[in-house]
Design a protein around this ligand. Structure first.
Ligand code: ATP
Ligand code: RIB
Length: 304
């Protein structure tokens, strides 16, 4: 069990079930619409907490019903919400998620209060980024400059930092220098390295610059093909479990939450990272068989 700080987004997901995505200019009918708690940061926090870790959330919601629901959910999941701030002007983040009949999704995020986290907010939250924490996790649905500042603080306290560069965005050098583990999917890997992955050789070429900047491990998630772990010296492909996916939303988030929860933070090496990745793949394979972001994330007791 780790003590984990998550700096990240909280969104209310509006999930639409469709036969297939509309073409440009087309109007279609959805089969259903559901309101489900999500947001990459909150999903990762919920996964880590349900899998047994102590989680501290740094986030910002609006002064509205969605914000209240999301906050209550984090509380129910035993996540520390002392550093979830309230924006009196901007609404809580939303995501419009369309799921087609293959279980794939397309997502549009309306950031709202997520992108309004300020340096002053982080100063208030500073006390949680302390040496009693093992891991800090962040993504790109909140301001990048705040993540840079938070990861610098984390590294000063010897906390292991995990960056999920999602949605895809180039990673500034100042941030890479403070990242221990980066977890992109294939699209994000292409965005941050310029390399399209077809095999491990491509992945290694793409990782070179990341390793030179100080990143210790790169874990590329490859959907149903599994994930690849790379260090400067080694690489390994971890296949995904074979399941029938009905909604892949939060596959990546649950993978990262599980990873943060399972990592041996005091003695991180390739072999124990590989065990953590195997565990994370197991968790995500459960998530894709259920609908909705936080609705689909399992508890430790549900994992074999
Ligand atoms: P999302 O944005 O939908 O949350 P992602 O693109 O960030 O996901 P993926 O690479 O799709 O992340 O998935 C993360 C992990 O989840 C994979 O490495 C794999 O272990 C597991 N996974 C994803 N899709 C499937 C699937 N169809 N079957 C089994 N496991 C899956
Ligand atoms: O990764 C899935 C998440 O992305 C959704 O819950 C949605 O809110 C967007 O942030």
């Amino acid at each position: 069990m780790n003590n984990i700080v998550v700096l990240g987004s909280m969104n209310m997901d509006m999930v639409l079930d469709v036969e297939q995505y509309p073409k440009e200019g087309e109007t279609i009918l959805a089969r259903s619409m559901e309101k489900i708690p999500g947001g990459k940061g909150a999903n990762q926090a919920v996964a880590a907490s349900r899998l047994g870790s102590n989680v501290f959330m740094i986030a910002k919601i609006g002064m509205d019903e969605n914000g209240e629901i999301l906050l209550a959910n984090l509380k129910k999941d035993n996540i520390n919400i002392e550093n979830v701030y309230i924006d009196k002007v901007n609404p809580t983040g939303n995501a419009i998620i369309t799921i087609n009949k293959s279980g794939n999704n397309s997502i549009i995020v309306v950031s709202g209060s997520n992108m309004k986290i300020t340096s002053k907010d982080l100063d208030k939250a500073k006390k949680v980024i302390d040496s009693d924490k093992d891991i800090m996790v962040s993504q790109f649905e909140t301001p990048i400059d705040i993540t840079v500042k938070a990861f610098k603080l984390a590294k000063e306290k010897n906390i292991i930092t995990i960056l999920n560069p999602a949605p895809a965005h180039k990673v500034p050098k100042e941030l890479l220098e403070n990242v221990d583990i980066i977890v992109p999917n294939e699209t994000e890997f292409l965005k941050i390295t310029g390399v399209e992955i077809n095999n491990t050789q491509d992945a290694r070429v793409g990782c070179e610059n990341l390793f030179n900047k100080g990143v210790k491990y790169v874990i590329v998630t490859l959907g149903e093909k599994g994930s690849m772990i790379l260090s400067k010296q080694k690489e390994e492909l971890i296949p995904a479990k074979k399941v029938k996916a009905i909604d892949t939303t939060a596959a990546g988030d649950s993978f990262i939450g599980a990873l943060a929860s399972k990592i041996d933070a005091k003695n991180l090496n390739f072999d124990n990272l590989k065990s953590a990745v195997e565990f994370s793949s197991e968790v995500s394979s459960i998530v894709v068989t259920k609908k909705g972001a936080q609705f689909s994330i399992p508890y430790l007791k549900d994992i074999k």
